[in-house]
Design a protein around this ligand. Sequence first.
Ligand SMILES: [Zn+2]
Length: 153
Amino acid sequence: MGIFIERPSLRAGTITCSATSDGMWRVDRFTGPPDAIEAVDGVFSDTGHCNECLGPGGCGVTREYETLGGDSTSRRIYTRRSALGNCHSVPYLAVERFGEGLAFDAERRDQQYEWRVLTDPDADVEAFTNTVEEGLRDGLEVGRRYAGEPIHW
Ligand SMILES: [Zn+2]
C-alpha cells in the first residue's frame, strides 16, 4: 500500500480475482502518472514481498507477476499466488471462513484498500471482520459495509 500513499493519484482495481484453498489469481488495472506506474512495475516485479498481507511481517506464499499490457500511465498486471499459507489477507481469510466460490473485487487508492466480497446472505461477516482485525499491523483498521444487494459491484 505504500506506493498508493506516496502517490495519491495512483489507482488500482481488479479486472478479475479468484481465490480457492489452492491459491489466488487476479488481474488488476493500475492508472496514474508515469512515475507512479514505474513504482508499480518495481513493486509488482518483487516476488519476495507480499502485496496482500495486512498483518505484521510477511508470509510464505509464493507469488508470481506478469505485466499483460499498458502504457506510460497504465498497467494490467496478472498475479498468481500459491496456497493459503499464513497470508493475513482478505481473499485468503474469506476462503478460510466462507469456503470457495466467492466473488471478489478490490480497489486501492490513497490509504484505502477496499474489498467487495459476495457471500451467502447468511455468512457470518462479523466473525470474518473480527478475524481480519485481530491480525492487523499497527496503523491499519477495518471498516465494514453491508450492501445487501450487489449495487457497488
Ligand atoms: Zn501475504
